[in-house]
Design a protein around this ligand. Structure first.
Ligand SMILES: Nc1ncnc2c1ncn2[C@@H]1O[C@H](COP(=O)(O)OP(=O)(O)O)[C@@H](O)[C@H]1O
Ligand SMILES: [Mg+2]
Length: 221
């Protein structure tokens, strides 16, 4: 469902041209769960943002479910992203004046916070182990707990694709493994497609498919 052909992204620093992602092609089936590993600076974050239509490649194409992301208008692209893709970034950013529950409900349409949305948000918080903290504000949660709220939030709109950039980087090993288990569960129960950038080789090894980035170039591993 995701067809990436020959994408390249270069950055310019003065007269230097730097290829952060170099001619990467990748085909990802619906319902796949894969990991991307690689050293810092190897182009993982850039690749994820290219896949998710946040960054335009200098060359090559990204086609998701038959839609060529860069052949549609900006408005169509942002609507496409909102509907189908969710990002879990390295740094959780929660709204400090909203409770954990409200933060999870936030991506749903404003003004539609009915009982169903609240029940779903509560269920998601339970799944990430925060069933007893739903009314806590971010300042009343540890860093790891805030990250888990952000992860619960990523699932409120039933995304088809989740792009996660080192989502568990700053969590303890046990919580990290729990979150990965959760990803596997959403993958098998709801058919969500996952692309997860991680430093944790053990957890990457448990995903069905792994690719490695080396200086912007991709290889299957
Ligand atoms: N906006 C930018 N401008 C210039 N260089 C960038 C920019 N974003 C990333 N880079 C460079 O591209 C390379 C890949 O970065 P990144 O995709 O963040 O790697 P990773 O996520 O694997 O650590 C790095 O050398 C980084 O310095
Ligand atoms: Mg990165």
């Amino acid at each position: 469902m995701i067809e990436i052909k020959g994408i390249t992204k270069t950055y310019r620093a003065g007269s230097e041209i730097f290829k952060a992602v170099d001619n990467v092609s990748l085909s990802i089936g619906k319902g796949e769960l894969m990991s991307i590993v690689g050293h810092s600076g190897s182009g993982k974050t850039t690749l994820l943002s290219l896949i998710g239509g946040l960054t335009r490649p200098d060359s090559g194409t990204v086609v998701i479910g038959g839609t060529d992301l860069w052949s549609i208008s900006d408005d169509e692209l942002s609507a496409f992203r909102n509907r189908r893709i969710n990002f879990v970034f390295q740094f959780a950013s929660l709204i400090p004046t909203l409770t954990a529950l409200e933060n999870v409900m936030l991506p749903t349409a404003f003004g539609k916070w009915d009982g169903n949305v609240a029940a779903k948000a509560e269920e998601l918080l339970g799944m990430v182990g925060l069933g007893d903290k739903i009314n806590n504000y971010p300042s009343q949660l540890s860093g790891g707990q805030q990250r888990r709220v952000a992860i619960a939030r990523a699932f409120i709109n039933d995304p088809e694709i989740v792009l996660a950039d080192e989502p568990t980087g700053d969590l303890d090993e046990e919580t990290e493994a729990d979150i990965f288990q959760l990803f596997h569960r959403f993958n098998s129960e709801k058919g969500v497609t996952f692309i997860i950038v991680t430093h944790n080789k053990e957890l990457a090894a448990k995903t069905r498919r792994q690719v490695r980035m080396v200086h912007g170039v991709m290889g299957e591993s």
